[in-house]
Design a protein around this ligand. Structure first.
Ligand SMILES: [Zn+2]
Length: 448
C-alpha cells in the first residue's frame, strides 16, 4: 500500500486520504490478525497504544479507541483490510514507516513545528492545553475578568450588558415572554448604571478610539461596547437601548483568528442595524436614558479638570456628585488682557516635550523629587549598558538653578530649569542630594 502519513492536532475538520487502492476485499476491516502481510489492500496503521481515549487496550486486551474506530471507518469506505500495529517505541516510529512496517502513523501527533517533516493529513483534532483548578481552590477571575482574564459566553454577556440600561438590575435571560422571570438582582446602584450609560453613549469620547465613523451613530440614545479576544479569535459587539439589548459574536468555530477576514467593527454594524430595525421611527426622547439622581452636570475645564472659569477656552460638561466641592480653574488667567496658561510644576516634562504655549509654575512649591521616589529600586541590565540611565525630575525651589550630588560627589552644578537629569545605573545603594538656594532634599535608591 502506498505510504500515507496521517494526522493530528491543532484545528479541526476531516482528513483526506490519498492512496492507491485495490478493490478486492470487502468489509474485512476488523481483521486484527498480526500475521497479515503488509501489502496489497491491507492498511496498517501505527498508533500509540497507551493513549486513551485515542488508542488503548480494553479489558480483554484488544486494541480500541477513537483513532482506531476512525481508521476502521476509512478502511471500510475504501475496501481496505484494517490492521492496527502499536508503536512500541515512539522515538523510532519513523523507522517503522521507512521499513514499510506500517503505512501511516495514525495517532495524536502535533503538526505544529513539524509541517515539513511528514506528509500530513488535514488536522482533525484541535488540542488546546488549559489549566484546571478545583472550584474551591479560591482561584477565580474576579476583577481580572474586566481585563479579559476569563472566558465569558455571549449568553452571559447579553444579560450582563442589559444591567446598565435597567438601572443596575440583572434579569436572567430566557427565550419567551411567558413566565417572565421574577428573581431580579440589583448589581449596581441606579446612579452607577446611569453614569455608565452616559459614558457608553458618549459619541465624542468614543471618537478617540473609533473615529467619527457611523458604526455607533444612532438617531436615538444607545450604548455600545465592542470586544476582541487577544488574537482576534472572537469579535464581539454589544448594543442596547432602554428596550433592547443586542449581542453579536463573530469568529470561527475552529478558534482560528478572523484577522484579515473581517473588520472588527462588523459585529457592531450588525448590532446597530438590528437596533435600527427595532427602534427606528420611535421618538428619541422616549428612549433617553434617565439622569443620575445624586449627580448634576457641571462645566469643566478640559485642560485642568477643574471647574471652568471665565478664562477657560476648552470646556466639557461632566457629571459631578452633588456634594463635591470644586475649585475653579487657576491655570487659565488673564495677564495684560491676554489669557495665559500656567501649568503646575509636575507638568514640566510634558510641557517641554509638547512645546505647548504657556508657562510652568516652577517656584511656588517646595523643592522635591517627582521621580524617582525615595527608596526606589532599579535593576541593572547588561543588555543595554550604553543606553540605560536613571531619570530624575525635580520641581520647586526658589532659585533658577540646581546643584546635584550623587553619593556626596557633585554630579551637576547650576542645572537650569526644568530640573531634569540622569544618573548612571550602578549596582549598590546610592543617595541623590539636591540643593536649590537655601533649600535641599535627598533621596536614597538601590540598583540590583
Ligand atoms: Zn481652565
Amino acid at each position: 500500500m502506498k505510504k500515507i502519513i496521517l494526522f493530528t492536532a491543532i484545528s479541526l475538520t476531516i482528513f483526506l486520504l490519498i492512496g492507491a487502492v485495490s478493490a478486492e476485499s470487502m468489509f474485512d476491516f476488523y481483521s486484527d490478525e498480526s500475521n497479515v502481510e503488509n501489502s496489497g489492500d491491507t492498511f496498517v496503521i501505527g498508533f500509540n497504544s497507551v493513549f486513551p481515549p485515542f488508542g488503548y487496550s480494553d479489558e480483554n486486551g484488544n486494541f480500541t479507541g477513537f483513532d482506531l474506530d476512525l481508521a476502521k471507518e476509512v478502511c471500510k469506505r475504501n475496501n481496505w483490510t484494517f490492521r492496527a500495529q502499536p508503536i512500541i517505541d515512539w522515538n523510532t516510529k519513523e523507522l517503522e514507516l521507512d521499513s514499510n512496517e506500517i503505512d501511516c502513523i495514525w495517532s495524536e501527533f502535533t503538526i505544529n513545528g513539524r509541517e515539513d517533516d511528514y506528509t500530513w493529513s488535514e488536522p482533525y483534532f484541535n488540542n488546546t492545553p488549559v489549566f484546571v483548578v478545583k472550584n474551591d481552590s479560591g482561584i477565580k477571575a474576579d476583577l481580572g475578568l474586566a481585563l479579559g482574564a476569563g472566558e465569558v459566553s455571549l449568553y452571559e454577556l447579553v444579560p450582563a450588558f442589559s444591567v446598565f440600561v435597567r438601572d443596575g438590575v440583572y434579569l436572567p435571560l430566557q427565550y419567551t415572554k411567558a413566565n417572565f422571570p421574577k428573581e431580579s438582582k440589583q448589581i449596581y446602584t441606579p446612579d452607577t448604571a446611569r453614569l455608565i450609560c452616559s459614558i457608553l453613549s458618549d459619541k465624542t469620547a468614543r471618537s478617540l478610539g473609533f473615529g467619527y465613523t457611523q458604526t455607533f451613530q444612532t438617531d436615538y440614545p444607545s450604548i455600545f461596547k465592542t470586544g476582541t479576544s487577544n488574537q482576534y479569535q472572537d469579535i464581539v459587539a454589544l448594543g442596547a437601548t432602554k428596550n433592547f439589548t443586542i449581542g453579536v459574536w463573530m469568529g470561527n468555530f475552529s478558534g482560528n483568528t478572523v484577522m484579515g477576514k473581517t473588520g472588527s467593527s462588523l459585529p457592531a454594524w450588525v448590532a446597530k442595524n438590528v437596533l435600527d430595525k427595532l427602534e427606528g421611527g420611535r421618538d428619541p426622547a422616549e428612549l433617553s436614558f434617565p439622569e443620575p439622581e445624586h449627580w448634576h452636570k457641571e462645566r469643566i475645564c478640559s485642560v485642568s479638570g477643574m471647574k471652568a472659569g471665565e478664562n477657560c477656552r476648552s470646556v466639557v460638561t461632566e457629571y459631578i456628585k452633588d456634594d463635591t466641592q470644586l475649585s475653579t480653574c487657576n491655570w487659565h488667567t488673564l495677564i495684560d488682557n491676554e489669557i495665559q496658561v500656567i501649568y503646575p510644576p509636575e507638568y514640566q516634562q510634558w510641557f517641554r516635550m509638547r512645546k505647548v504655549s504657556g508657562l510652568v509654575e516652577y517656584s511656588q512649591s517646595k523643592l522635591s523629587f517627582i521621580t524617582p521616589k525615595d527608596n526606589a529600586l532599579f535593576f541593572y541590565s547588561s543588555l543595554n549598558e550604553q543606553t540605560q540611565a536613571i531619570p530624575f525630575e525635580v520641581i520647586g525651589g526658589s532659585e533658577p538653578t540646581l546643584d546635584v550630588y550623587y553619593d556626596e560627589k557633585k554630579a551637576f552644578q547650576n542645572l537650569e530649569r526644568p530640573f531634569i537629569f540622569s544618573l548612571p545605573v550602578e549596582r549598590g545603594n546610592h543617595t541623590c542630594r539636591i540643593i536649590c538656594g537655601t533649600e535641599s532634599n535627598e533621596i536614597s535608591f538601590t540598583v540590583k
